[in-house]
Design a protein around this ligand. Sequence first.
Ligand code: 5GP
Length: 174
Amino acid sequence: NEKIQLLRDAIVSYPDFPKPGVIFRDIFGIFRNIVAMRAMKDLIVEHILFLEVDLVVGLDSRGFLLGPIICMELGKPFLPIRKKGKLPGNVVQHAFNLEYGEATFEIQTEYVKKGARTIIIDDLLATGGSMVAAIELLKLSGAEVIECLTIIELSGLKGREKLGIPVHSLVQYD
Ligand code: 5GP
């Protein structure tokens, strides 16, 4: 697929970032290239149109760049999941373990309708830890998570096997 190849060519890989041995896949290469950015939007929108989505939720922080682009096309609302202490109003929380220590996600629960067909979007799926936490948080809020969507998937880490919910990714690396 031509559009997928555009994305692949635009993603820049940085060896040994943020620490030795890690290859960081940087999606901002897509944002610097308007043709690739449009291809990314088209690929996501074409895929989501069939899913009858009520709500798009983006993960802190690159999910915030992706979600609203999609929502403008779908005519559906966007909600952020943020790290603890950043969102005003009634929030639900979910604490989870990271590689080092703990983190807590929050969402403004009053804006999640019961049974809302929800997709979660982020830039990259690695171990799946962030996605699992986001799915839990949305379940606590009464949403029905129908799919997790990422631009990049690090397939070798097998994150998708932890989610129990379909995953759609555009570009995969081992
Ligand atoms: P996970 O929770 O699946 O292990 O990690 C996914 C999260 O870590 C995502 O929110 C993603 O932004 C970030 N992340 C981990 N590795 C990379 C990477 O190589 N590139 C980018 N852009 N984000 C990464």
